[in-house]
Write a protein that binds this ligand. Structure first.
Ligand code: PEP
Ligand code: MN
Length: 342
């Protein structure tokens, strides 16, 4: 349920509502708009419906949230959008963000070269996996802690904030030392323990859609993070399983406008893992931006033929600046500007 406060309700009135909510064992999530304050009340249905806030001082109305995801629902923010700020770089609303880098952290040289080239081309964040979810246990599994250290070096050298995947809750502290954004991979979208711990950490999270997850399931996973008091969730469409085998996954671009209708959270698209092939990455990136995505996460590599993993889908380093120019134009079609670096 949402408690919508009257315009001009005082801080004391808001505090009194929160106190009442917490007294019945429910959680109060405050969202302060420019004019109106809304308090999301999450908890046991019976307690919430008998909370007795009708007519309380400063309360305008009580509105039920009909979706099973409450804090992720666009209803909670009444049309306002979540904008996430990562070291002065913004994503959401009118701000478009490009996250770029290699699939996996390979070596100091490749990481630093890639970091410089994506920064110079205007990307806002640097990606790279130190812990890799690989289909085969015999494939390269990532450099682990050593990879995290290389990411930290790349950040120090270029100033780019880091997006990197967390697969195991035992690595949470190590990842928190380096990651400005924790990536929760498609295969872990419904790992509820991990979602809860990331929620408690408060660190921004890029939540990738599971290979066969519905949008509602994705939003329910986001809800796990939000429920712990972490509002910084980006939803990521990265392709889903269908009967089509001509490419790696089917990029579900309809998810972009639909997620943005259902939720106030920023929506990012990963064209790389859906495509599997370099030539498809640019057109699908442009389509995603034109469809209103708030950002793109894309794999790029200075020398894709030599990449340890996913080289076939990596945008060539020498083509990356041109890729960014075109992406910026497509984002502008949807009324968005590349997030300027603060
Ligand atoms: C990745 O981005 O490195 C990755 C493994 O993606 P996904 O979880 O979407 O497969
Ligand atoms: Mn990859």
């Amino acid at each position: 349920m949402m408690v919508v406060m009257k315009e001009g309700a005082t801080a004391e009135q808001v505090d009194a509502v929160i106190e009442r909510v917490e007294a019945v064992g429910a959680q109060a999530h405050l969202s302060q708009g420019e004019l109106v304050t809304v308090i999301g009340v999450i908890g046991d249905r019976e307690h919430v419906s008998n909370i007795g806030l009708e007519g309380a001082p400063g309360v305008d109305q009580l509105v039920p949230i009909l979706k099973p995801y409450k804090l992720a629902s666009s209803q909670l923010k009444e049309g306002a959008r979540t904008v996430i700020d990562i070291d002065g770089r913004r994503i959401g609303g009118s701000h478009f963000m490009t996250i770029a880098g290699p699939c996996t952290v390979e070596s100091r040289e490749v990481m630093l070269d890639t970091a410089r080239l994506v920064r110079d081309a205007g990307a806002g964040l640097l990606r790279g996996g130190a812990y890799k979810p690989r289909t085969s246990p015999y494939s390269f599994q990532g450099l682990g802690d050593a990879g995290l250290r290389l990411l930290a070096d790349a950040k120090e050298e270029t100033g780019l904030p880091i997006v990197t995947e967390l697969m195991d809750v035992r690595d949470l502290e190590a990842v928190l030392d380096v990651a400005d954004v924790i990536q929760l991979g498609a295969r872990n979208m419904q790992n509820y323990t991990l979602l809860t711990e990331i929620g408690r950490s408060g660190r921004p999270v890029l939540l990738k859609r599971g290979l066969s997850a519905t949008l509602e399931e994705l939003l329910m996973s986001a809800e796990y993070v939000l429920k712990e008091g972490n509002p910084n969730v980006m939803l990521c469409e990265r392709g889903i399983r269908t009967f089509e085998t001509a490419y790696r996954f089917t990029l579900d671009l309809m998810a972009v406008p639909v997620l943005k209708e259902l939720s106030h959270l920023p929506v990012v698209v990963d064209p790389s893992h859906a495509a599997g092939k370099r030539d498809l990455v640019l057109p699908m990136s442009l389509a995603a931006a034109a469809a209103g995505a708030d950002g793109i996460i894309v794999e790029t590599h200075p020398e894709p033929e030599a990449a340890i993993c996913d080289g076939a889908q990596a945008v060539r380093g020498q083509e990356f600046a041109d890729y960014m120019r075109q992406l910026e134009q497509a984002a502008a079609l949807a009324g968005k500007e590349l997030s300027p670096v603060a």
